[in-house]
Design a protein. Structure first.
Length: 217
């Protein structure tokens, strides 16, 4: 199954993608996670991306497309994948179509939610610097010692999850990413879910969509 999880930051795409990637045994590909790894390793790409990311902007399309092309050519992507946080612009979506050719995307799940809820969710989000596991100070707080129960990594608040940058990320989303809803609707692969529901309900909505897509393919 070749899927895209689309939606503003903080809508729960990452949480759902992690759970469903485990359940269906297909990789979750998060361009944000790949970029954070590059930043952490201090690579040339990481150094270029860091400033843009800290300010909540978008890393240039050509860099992102090269990164995705490399990742999708790896053997674990043969059986399918969930793209999380990519594409984020029309240029990226068109570039992805070129990369995939006949093996096009089968489903795009749009996570719908009010921006006020998103702001609250993002500013209360905490993540593990090593494995990317996410926590929420209100609904799913991390252990008091801030050590990840999954991998032993340190749990932190991402710089770009701080209140100052969140509004900018949402503005960028509206301007650059929201037009993708129409783009995929026209291709008849768009499904919308109410991402303000409890995590388990969102998950079961997505599982229903997964079943439908896998029966059709
Ligand atoms: P995320 O973890 O998906 O919220 O991504 C964190 C940051 O990485 C974003 O705010 C962007 O600066 C950058 N980023 C991640 N994915 C992309 C993408 N597909 N295109 C451009 N920039 C991206």
């Amino acid at each position: 199954m070749r899927l895209i999880f689309l939606g503003a930051p903080g809508t729960g795409k990452g949480t759902q993608a992690t759970a469903l990637s485990d359940k269906y045994d297909i990789p979750q590909i998060s361009t944000g996670d790949i970029l954070r790894k590059e930043v952490k390793q201090g690579t040339e790409l990481g150094q270029k991306a860091k400033n843009v990311m800290d300010q909540g902007g978008l890393v240039p399309d050509d860099i992102i497309l090269k990164m995705i092309q490399t990742r999708l050519s790896e053997p674990d992507c043969q059986k399918g994948y969930i793209l999380d946080g990519f594409p984020r612009t029309i240029t990226q979506a068109e570039g992805l179509d070129d990369i995939l050719g006949q093996k096009s995307i089968q489903g795009v799940i749009q996570f719908d939610i009010d921006h006020e809820i998103v702001i609250e969710r993002i500013t209360s989000r905490r993540v593990c610097v090593d494995c990317g596991a996410t926590f929420n100070m209100i609904t799913d707080p991390p252990p008091a010692n801030k050590v990840c129960p999954r991998c032993g990594g340190k749990i932190i608040q991402r710089d770009d999850d701080k209140k100052e940058t969140v509004q900018n990320r949402l503005d960028v989303y509206e301007e650059k990413t929201a037009p993708l809803v129409d783009y995929y609707d026209k291709k008849n692969v768009l499904y919308r879910i109410d991402a303000a529901q409890p995590v388990q309900d969102v998950r079961s909505n997505i599982e229903t969509i997964f079943e439908k897509i896998s029966q059709e393919s």
